[in-house]
Write a protein that binds this ligand. Structure first.
Ligand SMILES: Cc1cc2nc3c(=O)[nH]c(=O)nc-3n(C[C@H](O)[C@H](O)[C@H](O)COP(=O)(O)OP(=O)(O)OC[C@H]3O[C@@H](n4cnc5c(N)ncnc54)[C@H](O)[C@@H]3O)c2cc1C
Length: 503
């Protein structure tokens, strides 16, 4: 079973489900770092706010992340500088720095037990093939007044060709931060609901959000759902990927805190040392693929375990998990109002979204309070930057178009239910329709239409997470059909196993 270290260790939350109709100024859909920080900042401005979380707080990508906070970006600042310009890269570093400072201030002000601490960030290459990437990052960082130290050795046992260190970045436990902040802000004016899935938003004079047992009427809505729910143009400019993680419990070795990023292009690994009352761990993350477009999911865990054992004295792999991120076409996230309909979203964070999520909350606070935010235009939701994003845009949208070909007759993985093993899912062709067929551990067969309820792509079985994943825009569904994440609002349509004669 996959489960992140943070989620396994987090204390259970206990917010009620929405069971009546309420009216607020701002309804926030999603209780990850973006949603809860937005709720905090908006309630502080005097807005009446409700957070509606479909599962539990920090139960999405926030609770599956590494917990690193830094000014730099996954794609490197020099890449932003070359794609955009110096002014943009400088603003990215500055805005991200402000978000990290806000996290630090919140953690201090509310005394949130999330282990926030300042740590160094390291970027290294194991062979000289990637030295150039590091040199470019040194030059860019120095231009922006970020103090960079060049090294040839790391405080962890990984041999490097070149390495750099930037002091003053940070780490925390992301689930503990979100849950700790929620506890402090939950009140009549900042209502928090869990197990309250928003399945429809009616647009009119006000916005009306429907959950299974209650409705929320609001003037403004923030979709803090990582990818906006429903159909938005931005979905052609954000590309869903899954990435893998293991938490290796160490038999020996006690390594200093730090954010360790490897530049190796094929497996881009990040490492983080972590300790708790049960021992010392090394978190190793890496490997990625487009959502719903992989044949061997387990290979990523094997490779990460191999890497952990190569460098460290590993007693066991105690936790393993995977999580989703959305790469933006032009390298920057999309934050703000979708059009002029009162619905705001924040997406395209890549793997830098703990900081971008908090930055989005700062932008939402200002925009919804009628104040100017100096970074709002840079990250503006409705922008389209053809020159900066054309190559990615065309490549990724051809990839999406190809996924639709799976709907052609004869493209199913099986023709009979008997071909589906215990604990396994397969797309089976039934009377010219594709069914998502899952056989649970007791042998019971669960049948759904394999057509994603977002934009009609055919879902794919994810053997590591036991889920149905959509290769087009990243919607994911439980083996039993319910939505886990991504833009789809509705579960997969149920199919009646008995209606199938030839099983
Ligand atoms: C492997 C990995 C490691 C990462 N590590 C880092 C890192 O170290 N540092 C960093 O800055 N970033 C990191 N990131 C990125 C970062 O984790 C995310 O960008 C960030 O957590 C997104 O936060 P969020 O609140 O926007 O979304 P989420 O945390 O995904 O929250 C969205 C919430 O919305 C809820 N929701 C969805 N649909 C509905 C609905 N219909 N009704 C109600 N609720 C709904 C979900 O249940 C979920 O709780 C990492 C990403 C990956 C994949």
């Amino acid at each position: 079973m996959t489960r992140s270290l943070w989620k396994a260790k987090a204390q259970k939350t206990n917010y009620p489900a929405l069971e009546n109709d309420i009216t607020v100024d701002v309804a926030i859909v999603g209780g990850g770092i973006t949603g809860i920080t937005s709720a905090y900042l908006l309630a502080k401005e005097g807005k009446k706010v409700a957070v509606l979380e479909s599962h539990e707080l920090a139960g999405g990508t926030t609770g599956d992340s590494t917990g690193n906070l830094y000014k730099m970006v996954d794609k490197r600042l020099h890449h932003i500088q070359s794609k955009w310009d110096e002014k943009t890269a400088r603003a990215v570093a500055e805005s991200r720095g402000a978000a990290v400072d806000l996290i630090e201030n919140i953690a201090k002000e509310f005394d949130i037990k999330c282990g926030f601490k300042k740590v160094p960030w390291y970027l290294f290459s194991e062979t000289n093939k990637k030295d150039e990437t590091i040199e470019q990052e040194v030059a860019t960082a120095k231009d922006y007044g970020i103090n960079v130290e060049e090294l040839h050795e790391l405080p962890i046992p990984v041999k490097v060709s070149t390495a750099i260190k930037v002091e003053g970045q940070a780490q925390f436990n992301p689930a503990a931060f979100v849950r700790g902040l929620a506890e402090k802000i939950s009140s009549e004016n900042c209502q928090i609901y869990e197990n309250s899935n928003v399945h429809h938003i009616e647009k009119g004079e006000n916005l009306v959000l429907s959950t299974p047992k209650g409705k929320v009427t609001a003037q403004k809505v923030i979709l803090a759902t990582h990818s906006p729910k429903g159909i938005y143009g931005v979905q052609t400019a954000i590309y869903p990927f899954r990435e893998y993680a293991v938490a290796a419990k160490l038999r020996s070795g006690d390594y200093p805190d730090g954010i360790y990023w490897d530049t190796e292009a094929t497996f881009h690994t990040s490492m983080r040392a972590y300790k708790n009352d049960t021992g010392n761990y090394m978190l190793v993350l890496g490997g990625h693929h487009k959502v719903g477009q992989e044949d061997d999911y387990e290979r990523f865990f094997k490779k990460l375990e191999e890497q952990a054992r190569k460098y460290f004295d590993v007693a066991e792999i105690e936790y393993k998990w995977s999580a989703q991120h959305y790469k933006p076409a032009d390298g920057l996230p999309y934050i703000g109002e979708s059009s002029d309909d009162g619905i705001y979203y924040a997406t395209g964070f890549s793997t830098d979204g703990l900081t971008y999520g908090v930055l989005a909350a700062m932008i939402f606070r200002d925009e919804l309070s009628g104040r100017e935010n100096k970074w709002a235009d840079l990250y503006k939701a409705g922008r389209f930057t053809p020159i900066k994003s054309a190559k990615n845009y065309i490549k990724e949208n051809i990839n999406v178009a190809k996924q639709y070909l799976k709907d052609l007759p004869g493209k199913a993985e099986a023709e009979r239910f008997s071909e589906v093993g215990i604990g396994e899912g397969k797309v089976v062709e039934v009377d010219d329709e594709k069914w998502a067929v899952y056989k649970d551990e007791t042998g019971q067969v669960h049948c759904h239409s394999a057509v994603c309820t977002h934009m009609d792509c055919i879902v794919d079985w994810n053997d590591a997470e036991k889920s149905w994943d959509c290769p087009c825009h990243g919607s994911r569904f439980e083996a039993t059909g319910d939505v886990i994440e991504g833009p789809a609002f509705s579960p997969l349509d149920k199919r009646d196993v008995k209606s199938r004669k030839n099983s």
